[in-house]
Design a protein around this ligand. Structure first.
Ligand SMILES: *[C@@H]1O[C@H](CO)[C@@H](O)[C@H](O)[C@H]1NC(C)=O
Ligand SMILES: *[C@@H]1O[C@H](CO)[C@@H](O)[C@H](O)[C@H]1NC(C)=O
Ligand SMILES: [Zn+2]
Length: 292
């Protein structure tokens, strides 16, 4: 928790120094990955160039900066596969998110809306910082992947992090959820990293309802992007919300791909760690002699 606190604190300090708006405080390293350059004033050594492809992708995140070590060694990493082993939340959170407006920005690694709000879960109050999207989904439910996932990223005054997450599934009937339908039209205006637009009249009612009244999974995990900080409380809607095909295609067309691979369950060894041990010289020699 100290590490997370430090990271949050450091990000806050950096952002406060360079940004006109103190609300631009993000668990995702906002701005750092835009255009893949570490030269902007907002950039930090952490994850300056992380992406989703090749050596800058999830397998190489730990190699981009010593700050990202947990990405390959952490033992409570996200995302995971939700199945019967994962705990169900015993009580729903209280969620306040005003129907809103805010900046909708393409960060290169995701599209994100700055949004105020407040969530109380298990007696602790967390402030909403922003929400953003992943396509395809990062979490899986009973092994299944979904077209889109949303993360509402919160931080408490003491630095503790909480993410409310949900997946969306396309529907044969065209049924949709209003806020992704609205943002599906807006996302076309921000096709490139660094693009920004203002969104108005976001109706968050259905998603708030899913968290406040629906069945939820909960577990202690991490950020799904560098520096992969742990101690994040995940509260995740068990039931997918609907999204219409047109909105989904708009998100996919802009985001393209930004899902980290499924991690080992909380408390188990990091998969990169396991793989690295298996690819020792002995293993390679066996492979080669078998090939010959
Ligand atoms: C990014 O860095 C490269 C060289 O490393 C440079 O040529 C390019 O102009 C930089 N782009 C921006 C936007 O600073
Ligand atoms: C998760 O880690 C454990 C060791 O802690 C290992 O035995 C298991 O195979 C790993 N899971 C997967 C899916 O590889
Ligand atoms: Zn995310």
């Amino acid at each position: 928790m100290n590490g997370l606190f430090f990271t949050l604190f450091a990000s806050l300090v950096v952002v406060l120094q360079v940004s006109a708006s103190p609300l631009h405080f993000h668990l995702h390293q906002r701005g750092a990955s835009v255009e893949g350059n570490a030269t902007s004033t907002e950039s930090e050594a952490t994850c300056a160039t992380f992406g989703y492809t090749g050596i800058n992708g999830p397998l190489g995140w730990a190699g981009l900066s010593p700050d990202n070590a947990l990405c390959s060694t952490g033992t409570s990493q996200s995302p995971i596969n939700f199945n019967a082993q994962i705990k169900k939340a015993s009580a729903n959170p209280t969620v306040w998110m005003p129907d809103g407006f805010g900046d909708f920005e393409n960060l290169g690694t995701t599209v994100e809306v700055s949004q105020v709000g407040k969530t109380t879960f298990e007696g602790k109050v967390y402030n909403l910082q922003q929400f953003h999207f992943h396509t395809p989904s990062e979490h899986r439910i009973e092994d299944e992947t979904f077209p889109l996932e949303v993360h509402f990223v919160h931080a408490a005054d003491d630095g503790a992090g909480l993410v409310l997450g949900a997946v969306f599934d396309i529907t044969p009937t065209g049924a949709t959820t209003e806020f992704v339908h609205t943002l599906g039209q807006e996302v076309e205006k921000i096709p490139k990293a660094g693009d920004k637009t203002q969104v108005h009249g976001l109706k968050l009612g259905k998603i708030v309802e899913a968290f406040q009244t629906g069945p939820l999974f909960t577990y202690s995990g991490s950020l799904t992007t560098p520096p992969c900080s742990e101690g994040i409380t995940w509260v995740f809607a068990q039931n997918p919300l609907p999204i219409d095909v047109k909105s989904y295609l708009a998100f996919k067309n802009v985001i393209k791909f930004n899902a980290r691979f499924t991690q080992n369950n909380s408390g188990e060894k990091n998969l990169i760690d396991i793989a690295a041990t298996q690819i020792g010289p002995q293993f390679k020699a066996t492979q080669v002699s078998e090939a010959i």
